[in-house]
Design a binder for this molecule. Structure first.
Ligand SMILES: C[S@@+](CC[C@H](N)C(=O)[O-])C[C@H]1O[C@@H](n2cnc3c(N)ncnc32)[C@H](O)[C@@H]1O
Length: 318
């Protein structure tokens, strides 16, 4: 898997608001570096962007850097970051050169660069996600810990779209439910489902790296007996019935399989959708209600929306 390193040359004054923007958009491992920090001369490590030339990069100012996974959300996230940084000018924050550059780095480089910044995070009432290299002891008696190797596929588990999905699973999953995870990525939603009581989870992803990551992470969390992983396009040719379907994919993709989700769910089954950017919320709501789903919850976190819907026996939507 590839990561995109975003590097913003800015002023001391803008460090904090820019770091906040990066955190809020789900970027990982935000770090601040001085332009002539010896680390910055590692242009062999991080690609060609740091051709340090003191005329181009005067000593004043700082670099704020962070990492974004290269996936279907990247374009949207980058636009969001640029827009939010430019908006800081409205608050009279001096952005200096506001020079934004990107470079792709591979898995190994990313892991070393970022590993030290990834810590255990409590993301819902019960679930804490911790990286494999951290030792973490549960604080509460009902706390559920998911160990993830985030280097494998989309998701450290802490992106707002994933957090909203897990919070939905936690609220609606019933003991021994059968679950389908469409677009499983690192497998975090499948693992959460098992640890919260699902009897079986079918985890599908188009990307074979995601399928491998889910298999590996399922084993790591001793949930591999209950998680059946397969490379698959959405719900194509899926014949199992599920009490819950969870899918953290883009809105445009969700609307493509709302009908299949309806047919695959048992009566009263729950459909948790996430990965919906605010502007596309209505698109998904319309499609779900048109299909006959009853909307139970619409939850937002930062610019992301998750919709929880229930299959009704009648198509009335009542
Ligand atoms: C945003 S990630 C979500 C990963 C994980 N479920 C989570 O919540 O962190 C979306 C995942 O959907 C997968 N995906 C995209 N299009 C798909 C499709 N047509 N069929 C199956 N999976 C797909 C991607 O490969 C990616 O792993």
């Amino acid at each position: 898997m590839k990561w995109s390193e975003i590097c913003i040359h800015t002023t001391n004054e803008a460090i904090e608001p820019i770091s906040n923007i990066l955190h809020e958009t789900g970027a990982s491992g935000v770090v601040i570096e001085e332009p002539l920090d010896p680390d910055m001369e590692r242009d062999d490590t991080f690609g060609e962007i740091y051709e340090l030339n003191t005329e181009d990069y005067p000593e004043e100012g700082v670099y704020v850097k962070a990492y974004l996974p290269v996936n279907s959300f990247l374009g949207e996230t980058v636009n969001e970051i640029k827009q939010a940084i430019n908006n800081l000018m409205l608050y009279d924050i001096d952005l200096g050169r506001n020079n934004i550059t990107f470079s792709e780095i591979n898995e190994e480089e990313w892991a070393t660069a970022w590993k030290k910044y990834y810590k255990p995070v409590k993301i819902s009432k019960k679930i804490t996600i911790t990286p494999t290299w951290e030792t973490y002891e549960a604080v509460d008696s009902d706390e559920v810990i998911i160990e993830l190797d985030p280097g494998m596929a989309f998701g450290t588990g802490t992106h707002p779209t994933t957090v909203l999905s897990i919070q939905g699973i936690e609220r609606y999953l019933q003991k021994n439910d059968q679950v389908i995870d469409v677009g499983c990525g690192s497998g975090v939603l499948s693992i959460a489902s098992v640890l919260l009581g699902a009897s079986e989870v079918y985890a599908y992803d188009l990307d074979d790296i995601a399928v491998k990551a889910t298999t590996m992470n399922a084993k790591l969390n001793k949930a591999d007996k209950q998680i059946i992983t397969k490379q698959n396009n959405l719900l194509d040719h899926v014949s199992v019935q599920a009490d819950m379907i969870v899918s953290n994919i883009l809105a445009e993709i969700i609307v493509r399989f709302v009908d299949d989700a309806w047919n695959t769910l048992t009566d009263d089954g729950i459909f948790i959708t996430s990965g919906i950017i605010k502007a596309k919320k209505q698109l998904v709501l319309d499609k779900l209600t048109e299909q006959g789903f009853r909307i139970l919850e619409v939850n937002e976190m930062e610019d992301w929306v998750s919709i929880i819907a229930k299959k009704n026996n009648q198509k009335s939507g009542a």
